[in-house]
Design a protein around this ligand. Sequence first.
Ligand SMILES: C[S@@+](CC[C@H](N)C(=O)[O-])C[C@H]1O[C@@H](n2cnc3c(N)ncnc32)[C@H](O)[C@@H]1O
Length: 330
Amino acid sequence: MGRGAIRAARLSARRIAKHGDFADVALPPLPPIPGQVSQSERRLLYWLAAATYTGQGAIVELGSWLGLSSAHLAAGLRDSGFAGELHCFDRFTWDQKKPVDVGRVLRLGDDTTDVFLAHVKPVFDRVVAHRTEIESMRWDGGPVEILFLDAPKGRKPFVHVLALFQAHLDPASSYVASQDFGLPTAFAQALCVGRLLDVFELRHTAGYTAGFTLARPLPAEAELRARLDPKRFTVDEDLRTWDAMLERIDDAAFRERLRPGICLHLVRRGETRQALARLRTMRFDDSALALWRKFAAEPDKAEKYDALFRELGVASKPAGGWLRRLFARP
Ligand SMILES: C[S@@+](CC[C@H](N)C(=O)[O-])C[C@H]1O[C@@H](n2cnc3c(N)ncnc32)[C@H](O)[C@@H]1O
């Protein structure tokens, strides 16, 4: 098969919907690296690069931490048979108070770039680490074939990243995956994608990651920002957008885990009564409740979404004490 035919076959393979644990993907041996992506997400990332990459742009990762996801992309790129580079963007600064030994002891504020590179370079040499805040990052590296997001979680950074990369993503060959997309707490991203359903085509789900091909180019920056401006939309429009976005998700477990994310959004819009009414229509099995218990244990979430946690009967200790909770009751 010629190069062109191989490219076409790979891009077609990438467009076939695939959901779940990607258990059919055999991972090559890789060094042990601490990390935060699940086995199924690692297999998705390796497979994307090894079996579907066509050398028509860089592979770019935002949010690399110590390099676990990066090493899987790097190994895939190495095994793909196409030349390309992996560019990894992160603040690469240790943010935990407790020192951790990862070959050398990392303390709060330490630059972690060398640890990242020591983990990933032995897998594949053509990896470039960019130490930057996502909000101030630049991209002048040309076309991007695979964009993997594991740092921009909220609306503002997500829109910033889409605006930054829109001119470099080609619907014919580009792919965007976002980790945490499937968590209800990442509702802002899912709403943005819901507002761009003419562009984003969901192809893969694995763990909390969703991967999309593009049906058409993302709008240019001004239009993109306008289309994703939350002030333009009524609550009813948001609800319709959310439901339309969920309808596109075939993976029932992924969809149902994400579904209550709209309730968090409604609380943020000051529509707590409506959020509670919606929440009451949804079913939460033990694993869903365990996830919500984890959210409730995070102080920032406990405070913002206390009413939802109380409705679900999951423990929540918001700052501010009983008086604040009393007045926060809808
Ligand atoms: C969930 S971790 C990434 C985990 C990694 N992909 C893995 O496989 O283990 C998120 C990473 O995003 C980075 N990050 C979060 N917000 C950022 C920002 N605004 N600018 C730069 N990096 C950021 C953090 O430094 C952290 O390394």
